[in-house]
Design a protein around this ligand. Structure first.
Ligand code: ATP
Ligand code: MG
Length: 412
């Protein structure tokens, strides 16, 4: 098999210190959903070159020139490479693989299908968003709960992973009181089914430490003990997620190991940073963005929470100031995705276990959450539709049984 490492053309700009390792890692976040792996390890990235006008040129070889995933790959590659510091313009060029290259890719895809099944059940077509912040208490969990409900309401199957192991809040915020079904599989491993909740035309699939229990308290303690160490990894490895369009990860406060762990385990995760308009919150949020990038995760945007709210008399109350989200977004070079007003109904709905978008859809905060959901669906993380791409057809004709490989690997 040929080496999948891209051919890196030395920077042509004098004094240019382009970090090619960072670019390659950013491209590892670009997944070819049909082949179930990233474009770098599949050997699809052929060339990286910085031109004299400082644009970064990335050449990706497609399995077939007419591949319907072309637009999606272009968009993802541009977004990821473009989010790196010092790279403003990204140009993606597409080529077509030779027959030999195609057979290499097919071999790699078969291998990955086997390999991936051991690591996680999250489908390659699932969009993953980690809701992160520098400071605690800025509203990550509330944003996660409301966004999850809205995406589900629009017909998507939405996984929610409560990565705040010590301070879980998803069961409370989403009004979930049933428990994760767990079974101890061989070698001390557990197999878990998320708690499922139908919403509108879609469904939520929630995994949280708060939903881990057993038939009695002793069993619950045993379960939690088994889980506490490396809980997030367990959630990724041992949960049978089933079909998922989105996975939202509610992150613990701070720039923790969990973020770095995610970068290693799920490099295609996009990070969204929540901040309040207050200056102190912005500064720590900028550090959180920096950490995400050090782990080569793409920062997809900023959400300002607890922003200015309009009073019935037309005046505006800006409890924590205003414009902080926009300033942060500008300083880290990503879009501001939403500004959600400070609104007492948000907190009350959370306490009642029904997110405000369900409990009080007419509130200003609910309208802001709906705009956020629109932006997520249309821009930040459009759902990945597997179009008929001829390579999958070729793989199947060639006898490569991707789903079978997954199932078999699972049995092992
Ligand atoms: N827009 C809002 N208006 C009013 N209250 C809000 C708003 N967003 C969140 N809250 C309230 O602020 C508190 C903190 O929110 P939340 O728990 O979502 O923050 P967090 O960032 O997840 O916190 P932690 O870092 O502890 O996990 C909660 O009581 C929540 O109801
Ligand atoms: Mg939280």
């Amino acid at each position: 098999m040929t080496d999948p490492t891209p051919n890196v053309v030395d920077p042509t700009v004098e004094g240019d210190d382009v970090d090619t390792a960072a670019i390659v890692n950013a491209l590892r976040g670009v997944i070819d959903p049909e082949l179930g792996d990233n474009v770098v390890d599949l050997g699809m990235v052929k060339r990286l070159e910085r031109s004299a006008d400082r644009a970064m040129h990335v050449t990706i070889a497609l399995t077939t020139a007419g591949c319907p995933l072309r637009a999606q790959l272009m968009r993802d590659a541009k977004a990821r490479v473009g989010s790196l510091p010092d790279i403003d313009v990204v140009k993606i060029h597409f080529g077509e693989m030779t027959a030999d290259e195609r057979s290499d890719v097919m071999a790699r895809a078969r291998w990955t299908a086997r390999d991936n099944a051991l690591k996680t059940d999250i489908p390659p077509t699932c969009r993953i968003l980690a809701i992160s912040s520098g400071k605690g208490g800025v509203g990550k969990s509330t944003v996660t709960a409301n966004l999850a409900v809205l995406l589900a309401d629009r017909g998507y199957t939405v996984g929610v992973l409560d990565a705040d192991v010590g301070g879980f809040s998803m069961p409370q915020l989403l009004g979930i009181d049933s428990e994760i079904e767990g079974q101890r599989a061989s070698e001390g491993k557990a197999v878990m089914k998320p708690v499922s909740k139908p919403i509108g035309d879609g469904a939520l699939r929630v995994v949280s430490m708060g939903s881990i229990a057993g038939t009695n308290e002793t069993e619950a303690i045993m379960w939690r003990g088994l889980m506490l160490n490396r809980a997030v990894q367990h959630f990724l490895e041992d949960v049978k997620w089933g079909e998922l369009d989105y996975l939202l990860i509610d992150m613990p406060p701070g720039t923790s190991d969990i973020q770095m762990g995610l970068a290693r385990m799920l490099p295609r995760t996009d990070v969204v940073i929540v901040t309040t308009p207050a200056k102190a919150a912005q500064q720590v949020a900028a550090r959180a963005a920096d950490m995400a990038r050090k782990g080569y995760l793409r920062v997809a945007g900023v959400i300002e929470n607890m922003g200015p709210s309009a009073n019935p008399d037309g005046t505006v109350t800006a409890m924590f100031g205003s414009g902080g989200g926009q300033r942060l977004a500008g300083s880290i070079g990503v879009p501001l995705l939403a500004s959600i007003p400070l609104d007492t109904t948000v907190a009350a709905a959370g306490d009642a276990g029904t997110p405000v978008v369900m409990e009080n859809p007419d509130s200003a905060a609910s309208a802001a959450y709906r705009d956020l959901a629109d932006i997520v669906i249309t821009d930040v993380a459009p759902p990945i539709e597997i179009a008929e791409c001829s390579l999958r057809g070729t793989l199947i004709r060639a006898g490569a049984d991707l789903d079978g490989a997954r199932a078999r690997a699972e049995e092992r």
